[in-house]
Design a binder for this molecule. Structure first.
Ligand SMILES: [Zn+2]
Length: 469
């Protein structure tokens, strides 16, 4: 009944020094066959030089505020979005680049009616299921923010509203370079569009490289796109959103260039949490020098990002955030290239690339519930066993079962099984462990894990009898 082999969950890269003094790298797949050399190559082809050039170009538009002027070819959001469009279009005829446009009425922080354009590049796969890599290219700088901050001697809240404009209908054209927020996530997205479209790889999933607008006014571009996708039943399987991922120097002086945070909403075994664990598992294998730090919460305290717009419409999405933030540069004229660490941004791009490529090459994650949403897990046959069942995933030739103690965030054990849809683990009490299953193709590309979760029970009102006083 049990088949398959136990696999180590860690992979080690060996760095050998040759006698001549030149270093030679023997990567993990030479040792274990666990990694796909094509993904290794794709990850390595991400260029810090190109990321730097994109960041400088984005900064050159001086502002990319969603409400800024669109009549210049060199300054403002109109020039910026056209450049992003043309840049992605130049990478490969395989990339379908378009403006995802909306007419947004004046509301909230949208101080006048505006045409909002997300810039979207689609790399079609064999199937319509979609993996997104995204950032927001719009920027904001609160006028007076720098002087207010200097005067107070402490960093202000980067999300605090600025003073109201004298004329609400005027374009918002004050300097807002936004090189890190979110030039960094935008550059990462654009660079991944390049390496994926030029990789020659034949992906199962369709990849979407999405540069959102309107984030700073309340995730407007992401919400509009997610709403449209939900209404049209577009099968978005995962969103890897990157917002402020280019700086590793905290405003408090603490530097951490070897960690990236990945925020994922609950509850504890939600698909978004599974996606964060996936990024940790596969990012950690392909980029072992960079630590992925999953965060079991939607985002940072009181702060938001575009991944939440997808979450709110039921999509699986996580938010990448740099290890240490410098609040004095955010939403400020000081958000310039000087605040960027290119090697750090490059590592973050590589983690995204490893996760997105693995997901897009892998079969879809298995469905582990029946039509009524009940988990396909029982105690059969003995009444004391773990009997896990799932629906076959298209293209899968094997599955990996994961489990962990019912107390604890990370998978502790895994077991590779063949092309089956039921496994019995004798004498494993299903009440004491969390179980999940991932689908693998013939080359070993693994989906994220679908966990068996007990659906919440509805509270049934209890009837009470009228009593005589
Ligand atoms: Zn941002």
């Amino acid at each position: 009944m049990l088949s398959g082999t136990f696999r180590s969950t860690t992979t080690v890269a060996l760095f050998l020094l040759t006698a001549s003094g030149f270093s030679r790298t023997v990567t993990a797949q030479d040792q274990t066959g666990d990694l796909d050399p094509r993904i290794v190559k794709l990850v390595a082809s991400i260029s810090d030089e190109r990321l730097g050039a994109i960041l400088n170009k984005l900064g050159s538009f001086e502002t990319r505020n969603t409400l800024s002027s669109t009549d210049s070819s060199t300054r403002g959001i109109g020039a910026a979005r056209q450049w992003i469009f043309d840049e992605m279009k130049s990478y490969s005829p395989k990339l379908q680049v378009s403006f995802d446009s909306y007419h947004v009425a004046k509301q909230g922080r949208i101080t006048h009616d505006v045409e909002l354009r997300n810039v979207m590049a689609i790399l079609p796969g064999r199937t319509p299921r979609r993996i997104y890599v995204s950032g927001h290219y719009d920027t904001v700088a609160r006028p007076g923010g720098q002087s207010a901050s200097n005067a107070a001697g402490a960093p202000r809240d980067p999300d605090a509203p600025g003073p109201a404009a004298a004329d609400a209908n005027a374009p918002v054209d004050n300097l807002a370079p936004g090189v890190n927020d979110d030039g960094s996530g935008t550059a990462l997205t654009i660079e991944l569009a390049r390496v994926f479209s030029q990789s020659g790889l034949d992906f199962d999933a369709t990849l979407v490289f999405m540069c959102h607008a309107g984030e700073e006014q309340g995730l407007i571009g992401a919400r509009l796109h997610a709403q449209k996708a939900a209404a049209a039943h577009v099968p978005i399987e995962a969103v890897l959103n990157n917002d402020i991922v280019g700086n590793d120097r905290g405003g408090n002086g603490i530097v951490d260039g070897a960690t990236i945070r990945v925020y994922a909403e609950g509850p504890e075994d939600s698909p978004s949490r599974a996606l964060a664990r996936f990024v940790q598992r596969w990012g950690g294998r392909y980029v072992p020098s960079h630590k992925v730090r999953p965060m079991a919460r939607p985002d940072r305290f009181g702060r938001g990002g575009d991944h939440s717009a997808y979450n709110q419409l039921g999509f699986t999405a996580v938010g990448f955030r740099e290890s240490r933030e410098n609040f004095t540069r955010q939403h400020d004229v000081r958000d310039t290239f000087e605040g960027i660490s290119l090697p750090y941004l490059t590592q973050n791009a590589r983690v995204n690339a490893a996760a997105a490529a693995t997901l897009a090459l892998a079969p879809p994650p298995p469905v582990v519930v029946n039509e009524r949403g009940q988990p396909l897990i029982t105690r059969a046959p003995s009444g004391y066993d773990a009997n896990v069942r799932w629906m076959a995933s298209a293209g899968a030739v094997a599955y990996r079962i994961f489990w962990r103690e019912a107390w604890g965030p990370d998978w502790q054990h895994d077991l590779l099984v063949g092309n089956v849809t039921t496994v019995v683990l004798p004498n494993m009490q299903i009440d004491d462990y969390v179980f999940g299953v991932a689908a693998l193709d013939a080359a070993g590309h693994e989906s994220f894990v679908s966990a068996y979760v007990s659906p919440p029970r509805a509270s049934t009102p209890v009837l009470t009898a009228q009593q005589e006083q």
